[in-house]
Design a binder for this molecule. Structure first.
Ligand code: AGP
Length: 615
């Protein structure tokens, strides 16, 4: 949500900033802008639309701007004020002394604005950000150009969340930053400093990054990155090395990041298994370092997350529950968990799952659980993210950088690592037998090849997707281990194809939703060959009787199921608990090809942000 890029060095700033913004396009945005120090002035360009249009506009700036060696850029996802060029960042104070970009929400912007307006300051935008900009200019004037002092007062006065990146007109080559609530990362490479919202924007320059903590500020110049607390005290910060490179965040031969990332899932699962198993044993319990005996005494495990991460949590809940019903395992939506009076304390283990590690609701939920004395574990895909740093016991999912807004390979990373974690926890508790452990690990090891075989049948899925792209909407139905998949399949279609799609436990259809069915709504039914096959097929028949076209996903070889289907897709067989690891691939490919058939913007769907850093 909003992307920031800043550069102070010796190279052409415009190119570096535009490249950094492009790499953060996936965060979601509607407008973009840049401010460059061009000799003795700061020159801005803004557009409503894509970064590529901003790049064209930058080329039209005065010639001296092409040689500029410092500046800041921004992609805006509108919260306060419409999507207009005026509301796009950077914002400039009325006196021209401060130019600033912001990610987050300034909650007391109205108060600040009316105070400054009564002092004669003219506001020109509808944004909350302008209040921060004008206030900083006023403070800078009052302190006679003391940047640190002004920043101290600014950060004390602002309420809400912010990552601020600032140019002062009379401080050439300097960029000031401040962070509370919204992510910001800085880096140094030779004679340049950079900052960005997202590490992927900096990977082309270095993998050693300074993650700004809550309540930290920075002064970046070609010579050094300096850090301060909000009180103005100097801070020494260590870099964190990211085990990613910029090629991982390239599209390669694919038309879309999403398609590339779907294809990477067999490798994600392989890497997770190789990292966390020794032969037929899970080898994560030691690295997790939970207090000895904790798993024997906890009564409940709460898996807390949002969106796709929540569906990954549901998969893990089902795996844990299938081996141990003495433990109360629940998958919780973080935005609800944080406001409910949820049980916690020494007998509770909470696992916070977030690919970005920056989702505002998940972070807030984790802080609440910690305050209740609940034992906490984080599962995130981004080393150095806020969740990784705030929760002592953090386990990384091993998906690598994901650029497509719609999560695919990070879902695989999450369910893989959560399966390992679940096994490790149950082993500690003494409720997972060596036989089941070996069976699950053996099952997991066989899955990458099964996933690959589905990817090789992509044309089959494409044909189905093109046939059903004109459908008025979709119901995804299934039972037990398929329920999280119905949710993920429906979410993918909503996100990238913008089609109405609902997920229902198959047995729930006749309690209401079945009333909606007719020939215009397609039912996608997940029916693996388990003890629930017959029951689920009965639910499918109920839908068929209402004339809904039925797209069935069944176990390979289940030819008898054809009789229930308008169209059928055979999913390779696996251990029943592990069906989601295989069946999610055709669902992702189906959504991808429906969206393609409808000409949607697959990697950057409208209205969505990759990581939701505001509440
Ligand atoms: C998934 O396709 C979505 N982009 C979204 O639901 C996402 O999973 C959710 O916002 C949670 O993000 P997180 O994993 O980074 O916390």
């Amino acid at each position: 949500m909003c992307g920031i890029m800043g550069y102070a060095g010796g190279k052409r700033a415009a190119e570096i900033i535009i490249e950094g913004l492009s790499r953060q396009e996936y965060r979601g945005y509607d407008s973009a802008g840049i401010a460059l120090r061009c000799e003795d002035e700061i020159v801005s360009a803004k557009i409503v639309g894509r970064v590529s249009e901003l790049a064209r506009k930058v080329k039209e700036l005065p010639k001296k701007c092409a040689e500029s060696t410092s500046g800041i850029g921004h992609t805006r996802w509108a919260t306060h004020g419409g999507v207009t060029e005026t509301n796009a960042h950077p914002h400039e104070s009325a006196d021209g002394s401060v130019v600033l970009v912001h990610n987050g929400i300034v909650e007391n912007s109205r108060e600040i604005k009316s105070r400054l307006e009564s002092e004669g300051v003219k506001f020109i935008t509808q944004t909350d950000t302008e209040a921060a900009c004008q206030l900083l200019a006023a403070l800078y004037k009052k302190t006679r150009g003391d940047a640190l002092e002004s920043m101290k007062t600014l950060t004390a006065e602002l309420r809400g969340a912010f990552a601020l990146v600032i140019l002062f007109r009379d401080r050439p080559g300097e960029i000031w930053c401040a962070r509370r609530g919204s992510p910001l990362v800085a880096a140094r490479d030779g004679s340049a400093c950079y900052c960005a919202s997202d590490p992927t924007a900096l990977l082309a320059y270095t993998r050693d990054l300074f993650f700004l903590e809550e309540g930290e500020m920075a002064r970046l110049s070609p010579e050094q990155c300096e850090f301060f607390g909000f009180g103005g005290e100097k801070k020494r910060k260590k870099t964190i090395r990211l085990n990613w490179d910029s090629v991982m965040a390239d599209k390669g031969r694919h038309d879309h990041f999403m398609r590339k990332e779907i294809g990477e899932q067999p490798d994600v699962l392989r890497l997770t298994i190789d990292t966390h198993t020794i032969l037929a044993e899970v080898a994560m319990d030691k690295s997790l370092a939970l207090p000895p005996g904790l798993m024997k005494r906890v009564r409940r495990v709460q898996l807390v997350a949002c969106g796709t991460s929540n569906y990954a949590a549901l998969v893990a809940r089902d795996i844990m529950e299938s081996f141990d019903n003495s433990l109360d395992v629940s998958a919780e939506i973080a935005s609800e968990y944080r406001y409910r009076n949820v049980a916690g304390g020494d007998d509770t283990l909470a696992v916070f799952v977030s690919q970005s590690g920056e989702t505002a609701d998940t972070l807030a939920a984790a802080r609440i659980a910690r305050a209740r004395g609940t034992h906490c574990v984080a599962v995130t895909n981004v080393r150095g993210s806020t969740l990784d740093r705030e929760i002592d016991r953090a386990v990384l999912s091993l998906a690598g950088p994901e650029v497509g807004v719609a999560a695919t390979k990070t879902f695989m990373g999450q369910i893989s690592i959560l399966a390992m974690l679940s096994m490790a926890l149950l082993k500690d508790r003494g409720t997972l037998s060596a036989g089941d452990e070996a069976r699950l690990i053996g099952g997991l090891r066989s899955i990458p090849a099964l996933q690959q075989s589905i990817i090789e049948r992509e044309n089959e899925i494409k044909t189905l997707a093109e046939k059903y792209a004109g459908s008025g909407g979709f119901f995804f139905i299934g039972r037990r281990e398929c329920v999280p998949l119905t949710m993920e399949g429906a979410l993918k279609l909503k996100e990238i194809a913008y089609l109405p799609s609902e997920a229902y436990a198959a047995g729930e259809m006749k309690h209401g939703p079945i009333a909606m069915l007719d020939e215009k709504l397609t039912v996608v039914a997940l029916v693996p060959d388990t003890d629930l096959r017959e029951k689920t097929l009965s639910n499918v028949e109920e839908c068929r009787a209402r004339n809904a076209p039925i797209l069935l996903l069944v176990s390979e070889g289940d030819e008898a199921a054809r009789a229930h289907a308008t169209d059928i897709f055979f999913v390779p067989r696996t251990e029943p608990e592990l069906f989601p690891f295989v069946a999610v691939i055709p669902l992702q490919l189906f959504a991808y090809h429906v969206a393609r058939a409808l000409g949607r913007d697959i990697d950057m769907p409208r209205n969505l942000a990759k990581s939701v850093t505001v509440e």
